[in-house]
Design a protein around this ligand. Structure first.
Ligand code: FAD
Length: 318
């Protein structure tokens, strides 16, 4: 079922949903089920599976010195989505990225996802890999999520790349996109970022999932600005609890967001790991309670494939 239908059917009740990463090489699907089993008890409406480009290092052992780097797509997203849908009968949402995909690769991936009965996609440009100063699109691929949305909406009306297939079987993907309450890190200002967000909506996006934030006012202001600009699709807040001392630096560095001063100070004053975790979880529960009161369409948890913290927060809300 489409995310938009889930929201409609919930009739004002917020949806619970989660995001996981595809397991690392060498793990089997049971590693994913082990993460998801405790969360499935709370009836998630859908489960997102991220997609990544990754740099792999091959060491050439013969001369000992040479290292060869190769960029590949991290496998697992599509197969894990299929496994989730088969095992739990819950909608799985693959993230679809521009990075590493030509338009033809994208079309093939969409055909496969359609065969697998996937109804929703979270459509993204993708992160730059470590060795890139800024995002480098694949030759013959897309530079922005908006270009990828155009290709999907074309397929949603039966328009394939190949002229001979024009007007053939239309797909019917519901399209999610990313939104940034604290603006995307490359954008010179929030206004310009919202300009491109609106473009993605005009091209066919059906709902937005936000980057994580720790100050609800950022989300409230973002929603207000979106509505003023006539961006009227559902805006689902992305949630992640801060649970370790390292998060004080790693979260702002990795996600280009601010942490509220009072939360940082509370963590700084804490003496041990357990107290820090409790501070972060309590903060997150209070955040979620306020968001639910505001009337959000759902709470989407970035689990980072760790179910315990998400479960503690979600149990206090749902
Ligand atoms: P875009 O919409 O292309 O925007 C990128 C930048 O370009 C912005 O500054 C925007 O203002 C600007 N822009 C947008 N459109 C245009 C245009 N047409 N012309 C000029 N400028 C434009 N990354 C992964 O690699 N894999 C994942 O699975 C993944 N999942 C994510 C899930 C969520 C909910 C979120 C919030 C992020 C996720 N990311 C993921 C990270 C995301 O890929 C990065 O934030 C990336 O840098 C931008 O992606 P985007 O889709 O927002 O890009």
């Amino acid at each position: 079922m489409k995310v938009t239908e889930h929201i409609e059917r919930a009739n004002g009740k917020p949806l619970f949903s989660v995001e996981i990463l595809p397991p690392l090489k060498g793990q089997d699907v049971n590693a994913t089920f082990k993460t998801l089993d405790p969360l499935v008890e709370l009836n998630p409406a859908f489960i997102d599976v991220t997609y990544h480009r990754q740099e792999y290092i091959y060491k050439q052992k013969e001369n000992g010195l040479l290292k060869r780097y190769q960029v590949r797509k991290r496998p697992g997203t599509v197969a894990i989505c299929a496994a989730i849908q088969n095992h739990y009968k819950i909608d799985a949402i693959p993230h679809l990225i521009c990075g590493g995909f030509t338009k033809e690769d994208t079309e093939d991936a969409l055909i496969d996802l359609n065969f697998l009965g996937i109804d929703n996609l979270l459509v993204l440009r993708g992160d730059p890999i470590k060795s890139e100063k800024s995002f480098v699109p694949e030759i013959g691929g897309h530079a922005h999520a908006s270009d990828l949305i155009e290709q999907i909406t074309a397929l949603n009306t039966g328009n394939y790349l190949d002229d001979e297939l024009q007007e053939s079987h239309a797909m019917d993907f519901c399209i999610g996109i990313a939104g940034y309450p604290e603006k995307h890190f490359e954008s010179p200002n929030l206004g310009m970022d919202l300009y491109y967000l609106k473009k993605k909506v005009e091209l066919g996006a059906d709902y937005i999932v936000t980057q994580m934030f720790f100050d609800n006012q950022k989300y409230f202001d973002f929603v207000k600005k979106c509505r003023e600009m006539d961006i009227n699709i559902p805006i689902i807040p992305g949630i992640k609890p801060l649970t370790s001392f390292n998060h004080l630096t790693s979260i702002p560095q990795n996600f280009y967001i601010d942490l509220p001063e009072c939360l940082s100070m509370e963590v700084l004053k804490a003496n041990d790991k357990e107290t820090i975790k409790q501070i972060g979880l309590e903060w997150c529960i209070n955040q979620c309670k306020e968001l639910v009161e505001f009337g959000v369409p759902g709470l989407h948890f970035y689990t980072m494939s760790n179910s315990n913290n998400t479960k503690t927060v979600a149990e206090a809300i749902f």
